[in-house]
Write a protein that binds this ligand. Sequence first.
Ligand code: NAP
Length: 267
Amino acid sequence: MARVRDFQGDYGPWALVTGASSGIGEALARELAARGVSVAIVARRKERLAELAAGLRRDHGVGAVELAIDLSDEIAIDELDARTRDLPIGLVAANAGFGDKGPFLTADRAQLARMIDLNCRATALLCHAFAPRLLARGRGGLLITSSTAAFQGTPRTAVYAATKAFDLLLAEALHFELAPHGVDVVALCPGGTDTEGPARTGVDPAKVPLGLMNPRDVARDGLDALGRRAIVVPGAHNRLSVLATRALPRGVASQLAGRMIRRVTGE
Ligand SMILES: NC(=O)c1ccc[n+]([C@@H]2O[C@H](COP(=O)([O-])OP(=O)(O)OC[C@H]3O[C@@H](n4cnc5c(N)ncnc54)[C@H](OP(=O)(O)O)[C@@H]3O)[C@@H](O)[C@H]2O)c1
């Protein structure tokens, strides 16, 4: 069992969480608030953020600020940086992201562009904007949400898997590059998790081997891994599947992953 950490002591009084209006991001915000950390929460759905912020203030006595921003906008990161300038943010969870499933050939090109903008461009620029602020504090944490889809090319969700590989490699590199400056970086690589994401992309939970994980457990594993490792894969079954992927020839792993996508979406 993980040692209970003093998150405020380790990273300071405030954290920023993107994609906090639902799913894993909401769970990260709730978990941080339960650990006494105030949160700036980011997503597009303003009402959901406002409701969450009010609940966190009431239940945990922490500060909570909601920032309704579309992170796929070109100026979003500058806006986010400016609007949080007065907050002593020591921990950033770059979690907002989305995917889709289906054939590459018929995917909507504008949707692919939005996915790349959000999952890759916004994630990298968010880290670039906030890393100097963490460095200036002398200590900080950066959690980047990737996926088990990052470990192999995945037919039928090709662009999403590629964006998550980008996130994984970004986090892995920053883990070593920022460590000498006192900034802990971790890539959180969940497998199937019970959020709006799989529901929106046609995943039938009954067809997911060993089922979908609870977002709260995923969030806890991610936060507990900060300062301890570069990559965390929540769930023993997901860790086993990643190990198998690494042991298999790449082509076999990729084809198996594609077969799994067809199975869980019933195609
Ligand atoms: N669930 C899984 O099985 C799973 C597995 C592996 C990795 N992940 C990763 O986990 C992360 C969170 O996903 P989730 O599963 O928790 O799905 P989710 O419930 O759909 O959450 C996605 C979050 O991102 C926000 N978001 C989406 N587009 C945005 C934009 N343009 N600007 C700002 N915020 C935006 C959404 O809020 P608004 O709609 O209000 O903007 C929402 O808060 C993603 O990076 C995803 O790739 C999920």
